[in-house]
Design a binder for this molecule. Structure first.
Ligand code: ADP
Length: 167
């Protein structure tokens, strides 16, 4: 698997799947989630509503991942994963590891060869960027998968530099 870093907007990535840092409601939010729904259009939200009704009445738990169509995005799939909210007193890094592993597992099920990840949990959910970057890079590197092209798409200079240090 080739791992690369890109400074930019994940919604513009021409990949098979983009990963969304969703919240457990799957019904949209701010940050990367808001950007994906705005740019991808209502089809993604329709799919999310159906998933809520069929499988996740209580919401998608942190650390899990599930795919929908990608609407008008260049990608074919959106893989929604719910990062843990950062807590200085409770180690939730296992859940953050699981976000990347589960996203890659879902990607393999779909036959995805190229995937773009945001810095899950490192925005509204408050995870310190350097630690989020180390977990992201370390997990994707060490997870066996058929994905050949994995990109971390970082929105800010801060995030990009943290991921460079992690790589
Ligand atoms: P979380 O709720 O998991 O913390 P956020 O969406 O708030 O998720 O933030 C995760 C990371 O995604 C942050 O570093 C944020 O700057 C970044 N981000 C926001 N919009 C985009 C975008 N369009 N493309 C890529 N990354 C984005």
């Amino acid at each position: 698997m080739k791992i690369s870093l890109i400074r930019g907007d994940i919604t513009e990535q021409d990949v098979d799947a983009v990963v969304n840092a969703a919240n457990s409601s799957l019904l949209g939010g701010g940050g990367v989630d808001g950007a994906i729904h705005r740019r991808g259009g209502p089809e993604i939200l329709d799919d999310c509503r159906k998933l809520r009704a069929s499988h996740y009445g209580g919401g998608l738990p942190a650390g899990q991942a599930v795919a929908t169509t990608a609407g008008r995005l260049p990608a074919t799939w959106v893989i929604h994963t719910v990062g843990p909210v950062y807590s200085p007193s409770d180690d939730r890094s296992g859940q953050l590891v699981s976000c990347y592993r589960e996203s890659l597992r879902v990607a393999d099920e779909l036959g995805v060869e190229s995937i773009a990840f945001p810095a899950v949990s490192a925005g509204i959910y408050g995870w310190p960027m350097d630690d989020a970057a180390r977990i992201a890079v370390g997990t994707v590197r060490s997870t066996p998968s058929k994905v050949r092209d994995a990109r971390f798409v970082l929105f800010t200079a801060d995030a990009y530099e943290a991921f460079e240090r992690a790589v």
